[in-house]
Structures are given as C-alpha cells and as structure tokens.
Design a binder for this molecule. Structure first.
Ligand SMILES: [Zn+2]
Ligand SMILES: [Zn+2]
Length: 422
C-alpha cells in the first residue's frame, strides 16, 4: 500500500493507471503489483490512507456528515486570546470614534478652513501579517492625490478594506527592503492597473539605494502594467516635491539602509471675504484670487491677491518612521509635526534588549521622541506579532507623551486639527 502514497491518478502517470483496476473493479479481488488485494470501497481507502488524490470529485467527496464536521471544527476549538482585527478601533483619546470623520470634502465649521490632509494606517503590524493586523502601511491623501508608504504582503487588501481609492496613488515611498515593507508590491501594482491607473498617470516609487534592482526584480512577476513607473533612489536630505507636497527623506538606524520621511503640505493663505466684499468683487472670483491669480473686474479695476488675503497658514507636517533605533536628531527632524507615526515594536522592558539588538524601537522610546519634538499627536505602529494588545501600554506611553495613541488598522485623522485649521 505504501507504493500508492503521493501518486496522482492521471492518464500521464503509469503508476497511477496501474492502480485504477483495483479502485474501479466492483467484482472482488484484483491484483496490484502482482499481489492479490481485497476490494475495498473507494471512500474507505481514502479515509484509511489519507493520501492526496487528484481524481474526480466523485471518488473523494467526503461523507456529508464528515464534511460538516470539518467545516465546523474551527468553531469547536476554544477561543484563542487573539483579538479580532480592528478590535481597538472604538474611540480615540477624546472619546470619539476615530472612524467618525474622514473626508477631504468634509464641510468645515464656520470660520474654519477645510481639512487638507487625510491620514490613515490600513496596517500596523511588523514582520508578518496576523489575524489582527496587516503589515505597516500609511496612506496620506489630499484633494485626490494620495501617497502610500510601504507595501508589505497583503497591503492591497488592507487598502481595499478601508475603501481607499487605489487609483489615486501617484507616489509610493518605501522605507527599506525587508519583506514586510515591500513584498506586496507586485500585487499592488497589478491592482492599481485594474483600478484604472493608466498611461497618463505615472507612479513614482522612491526608496533607499537598491530600489532599481528590487523593483525591477519584482516587476518580472507583474509585467505589462498599463501605467509608467518612475524609480527614484532617495537618501538623507533628498526632497520629492510636487503641487503643494514636499517629502523629505532621512536615514534611520536599522540593519539595512532604511529611510524615514517627513511630509509637508503648504497651505494657501487665509482668504478674507470681508475685504473682497468691500472691494465689490463677485464671489465666483474669490477662488481665483485665493489661488494667487490677479483678476480684472468689469469696471476695469485690477485686483491682486494681497488685497484680499490675510497672512500665511502654517504648513501641515507628518513624520513617519519604523524599523530603527531612535536617536537624538529625531526630535529635531520632527519638531512641529501635526502627527508623528512611529514604531512601537513592543512596550515590555523585559524584551527591550532583544528589540534593540534587532534595531527596532520600543513604544516608550518613540513616546520620548514625540515629547522632545513637541509634536501634536503620536500614533504607534509596526507592532511585534508577539504584542497581542498594544493598548496595555497606552498609560505608559501617555505618561511620557500625553498625545500618544496606539495605532490600529483603520485609524484615521483629518489634518490640521482644531485651531490649526484656521
Ligand atoms: Zn518591518
Ligand atoms: Zn526591517
């Protein structure tokens, strides 16, 4: 009987064909390899031998009762301590749902400027995706222009779960080339094509030295994309600029070349409608002046933007780093950030040495960076798979920096917050 193990019963497999008379013969004894065998009903053979057999479903379909039992077996097991995905999503530190508002088209309150930048973490895991977390990735979007940071295994699923428009991604920043930050690239690129990204919508992929070799290798399994790709290797101090975006790379301290990024969005100055009305400017021209262009009124008067604009608005700044030891200059890099998204691999001091040996940051270390930099808000991310419930460490993190929040898959915010929107 051992001779059968692993044999596929296909027409091209002579050993498999040899066993067919035995299985098919309904009449009694048969011979296999010269030895007489008793005929046994086919289903029993499979139950006893548990071999993998790629013949038609009629031969191997399990008994309905058995099938039912197999399907339900997962539910019969005792519940594990793993918390379900998004189990941490309920409220932020202000007691409101973090999912309540997330839209660039959100109507601003009286006297408030519209929100300029939406930020979301579709994944917050480190090393490998788990039942509760996709791998760390960050989506930043302003007025239909999206920037994505990192794409580990399954990132395209994480993005779809948050109903993000994949076709809006024009810039992909890679921090480094460990698998949990890049291995989802081929699938993501194919999906971008399927979601309407075309020849007139190039994708810029930026990352540390080695980008060309890595991406070109991965493109072997994602050929014939319908949109062009531009590759740009960036290191300390390099800036990617487009529209009102400016993205600066800086070097981190990991086991391999690794970048952090600081994203800055400049904002238009404050428009003063009272000044515009006093000058008799028709409201449809307000937008033109706010864009910084001159207008000529019907009576021939030339109006320049400085006649209706009141002062500059501070830019919006978001800092991002994972996979690094923290270092002193970080506080300088992130000074004044509205939001810092930072690695919090673990919070237990008992494992801190191990985490640092692998050149990763502890929750408390990133909280110290946020406090020293004076950022407005901190999100922790890139958790160890061994860290089941990061919220255990929230009180400790807030003891160091009051604006700390434990990131989770789906955490979102629209920036700037509060008075910064004026
Ligand atoms: Zn990582
Ligand atoms: Zn890494």
């Amino acid at each position: 009987m051992d001779n059968w193990r692993g044999i596929s019963a296909t027409d091209n497999n002579p050993r498999a064909n040899a066993v067919r008379p035995y299985v098919d013969n309904p009449t009694g004894n048969s011979k296999i390899h010269g030895r007489p065998r008793a005929v046994v009903p086919t289903a029993e053979i499979f139950n006893d031998m548990k071999i993998l057999w790629d013949v038609g479903a009629n031969c191997v379909r399990p008994h309905p009762a058995q099938s039912h039992r197999n399907i339900n077996r997962r539910d019969d097991r005792p519940r594990s301590s793993v918390i379900p995905r998004n189990a941490e999503k309920p409220t932020d530190d202000r007691g409101r749902s973090s999912l309540q508002k997330f839209s660039t088209s959100e109507k601003p309150k009286e006297g408030m400027a519209p929100k300029m930048l939406d930020v979301i973490l579709p994944g917050t895991g480190g090393m490998l995706p788990s039942d509760t977390r996709w791998l760390s990735t960050c989506w930043l979007e302003s007025q239909g222009e999206a920037v994505l940071i990192d794409c580990g295994e399954g990132t395209q699923i994480a993005l779809k779960k948050q109903n993000l428009r994949l076709g809006n991604v024009n810039t992909l920043l890679i921090t480094h080339y460990h698998a949990d930050h890049i291995s989802g690239l081929p699938g993501l690129l194919l999906s971008l094509g399927n979601y309407g990204k075309g020849a007139d919508s190039p994708l810029l992929i930026a990352g540390p030295r080695g980008l060309h070799k890595i991406v070109e290798s991965l493109l072997v399994i994602a050929p014939n994309l319908p949109f062009p790709i531009e590759l740009r290797e960036v290191g300390a101090g390099d800036i990617i600029a487009f529209d009102n975006w400016s993205i600066e790379a800086f070097r981190l301290r990991h086991g391999t070349l690794c970048n952090g990024y600081r994203i800055t969005l400049t904002r238009k100055p404050v428009f003063n409608p009272e000044k515009a009305n006093a000058l008799g400017i028709p409201p449809p021209l307000f937008k033109v002046l706010h864009r910084g262009e001159n207008v000529t009124l019907e009576d021939g008067r030339e109006i320049t933007p400085d006649m209706v604009l009141d002062g500059e608005r501070a830019p919006i700044k978001v800092g991002y780093y994972t996979d690094t030891l923290t270092f002193d200059r970080m506080s300088e890099i992130f000074t004044g950030c509205d939001l810092l998204i930072a690695e919090g691999m673990h919070g237990d001091e008992a494992v801190a040495d191990r985490i640092r040996d692998k050149k990763h940051s502890m929750i408390q270390e990133s909280a110290r960076v946020a406090a020293k930099a004076g950022v407005n808000r901190l999100w922790l991310t890139h958790y160890s798979p061994a860290l089941i419930n990061p919220r255990e460490y929230l009180p400790m993190a807030r003891g160091i920096f009051a604006g700390a929040q434990m990131g989770f898959d789906g955490i979102k915010i629209s920036l700037p917050e509060g008075d910064r929107g004026r």
